[in-house]
Design a protein around this ligand. Structure first.
Ligand SMILES: Cc1ncc(COP(=O)(O)O)c(C=O)c1O
Length: 458
């Protein structure tokens, strides 16, 4: 008999369990990114193709994680693989360590799709792109605090690891949320560098912005929270007007939403030009990447010149504080840019995104119909190729609305789905790829029905 409150795998997943024990002996918690952890233990994969992953116990899964959204073309798309291999063969090296033409091609491609990104710098991750965006904003405004919305995730920087998932007990008033630390090891002083704002509440946000206008260098937000809760049009438009008026840099973090909710990201849907944008995930076609781009005069602060080079050790006259430092051994990696460019070119082809979006809609509709037929309150929320299953009938506009959802039920269903060959980290959002077929959708809906029956049976 299965204990309802424990996450269990009915088929044991023995090889994964053994590898996890081995991993735990040399890797803290057995995982190299905390997000990869879940109970009873993460599943170790050994192969991927199209929409599928195969684990070390030889179980096949339809993958809805897709490396947390990065793999919009699915696993091992031949065009991406070939482009990447060709890049090494043609250039004769993996990386030049110098400027190269692909950097220009990609920066131009980004500018064409995201006109707000007049100039772009590349990084190796979303986190690094946020680091640069914040530094640029602080230099530009000569102010030092950052506004961040409750429930939004912006990578692993100290000042962004606050109020991502605060408890009800610590979160404070909904109009003036507390800044709640989300990690050990962060100096407590740093807590005061970030001011927390309530998402989709323009009146309360305006009050906070006006009160802190002289300190706030920037506000950063996921225009679609967690990739699935959209900002209201009036809210996001209001933020744009307020930040312009108060000399606060507006940063859209489109690491999740870039290329996924539309080719031009959420900003093309809302028709808003943020001052700075951060991209990642899809931009690298599965390779490690990030980018920050925006208004020329903000971006130009990072422009290198020969008067201020932090690496000119021994040069007594260097004035490095005139320039926003940005460097990185692997920035603009040619293989990464080639994989990313090929991904974007594929997505630009006729009907590719339309089909992906209509497949996503079909899966969402079928799941909603299925859960309704079992009298379970469940709605799908999302845009484009991303969505989430939220177990409540109540409207969901922000982080606190998610507290109304039945996450215990969701977690049970998700664990059952892992037993039934549907891969998603429990409680995470669904990302679809162009490799997902109608047959995958059919199998996924059937797996959900089995999972519902198993859970209700208990
Ligand atoms: C909105 C958002 N910003 C930043 C990041 C951090 O990106 P990375 O994991 O590439 O550092 C993520 C990662 O999931 C993200 O979703």
């Amino acid at each position: 008999m299965i204990n309802v409150l424990e996450d269990v795998f009915t088929d044991e997943k023995q090889a994964s369990s053994l590898l996890f024990q081995e991993a735990e002996s040399v890797i803290p918690g057995g995982v190299t990114a905390n997000i990869k952890h879940f109970s009873p233990h993460p599943i170790f994969m050994k192969k991927g193709y199209g929409s599928k992953l195969i684990d070390v116990d030889n179980t096949e899964y339809i993958d809805y994680s897709l490396c947390y959204g990065a793999l919009i073309t699915g696993h091992g798309h031949s065009r991406i693989t070939e482009a990447t291999i060709q890049q090494i063969q043609q250039s004769g090296t993996i990386i030049f360590g110098t400027p190269h033409e692909l950097e220009i091609t990609m920066a131009k491609k980004i500018k064409a799709l995201y006109p707000s990104m007049e100039q772009t710098r590349f990084t190796n991750s979303g986190t690094e792109s946020i680091l640069l965006a914040i530094r640029l904003a602080i230099a530009y405004t000569n102010k030092s605090k950052i506004g961040k919305f409750e429930g939004h995730y912006h990578g692993g920087l100290n000042e962004m690891l606050v109020s991502v998932n605060p408890s009800e007990e610590l979160a404070g008033d909904d109009k003036t949320p507390n800044t709640v630390m989300e990690s050990a090891g962060i100096p407590t002083e740093q807590q005061h560098q970030t001011i927390i704002l309530p998402f989709n509440d323009l009146e309360a946000s305006e009050k906070i912005l006006r009160e802190h206008q002289d300190e706030l260098a920037a506000i950063i937000l996921e225009p679609i929270q967690g990739g699935f809760i959209p900002a209201n049009k009036e809210f996001i438009q209001g933020l744009k007007e307020l930040t312009d008026e108060l000399n606060i840099v507006l940063i859209f973090d489109e690491v999740k939403t870039g290329f996924r909710v539309a080719l031009g990201g959420a900003q093309s849907v809302y028709q808003i030009k943020p001052d700075l944008t951060t991209l990642g995930k899809v931009l690298g076609g599965g390779m490690p990447v990030g980018a920050v781009g925006g208004k020329r005069d903000i971006m130009m602060q990072s422009a290198a010149n020969s008067q201020g080079d932090v690496f000119n050790i021994g040069n007594k006259s260097d004035q490095t504080t005139d320039i926003v430092f940005h460097s990185g051994t692997y920035n603009g990696h040619p293989m990464v840019l080639r994989a990313g460019l090929e991904t974007i070119r594929l997505l630009e082809e006729k009907h590719v995104l339309d089909i992906l979006f209509s497949h996503t809609k079909l899966l969402r509709n079928r799941l909603e119909t299925l859960y309704a037929s079992y009298q379970i309150d469940m709605q799908t929320i999302g845009m484009g190729s991303i969505f989430n299953l939220v177990f409540t009938k109540e409207p969901v506009h922000n982080y606190r609305d998610m507290w109304k959802a039945n996450t215990d039920l969701r977690k049970e269903i998700d664990t059952e789905l892992l037993n039934l060959g549907v891969y998603l980290k429990p409680l995470n959002r669904y990302s679809m790829s162009i490799a997902h077929t109608l047959e995958d959708i059919d199998k996924t809906v059937k797996a959900h029905e089995k999972a519902i029956k198993q859970v209700l049976h208990r």
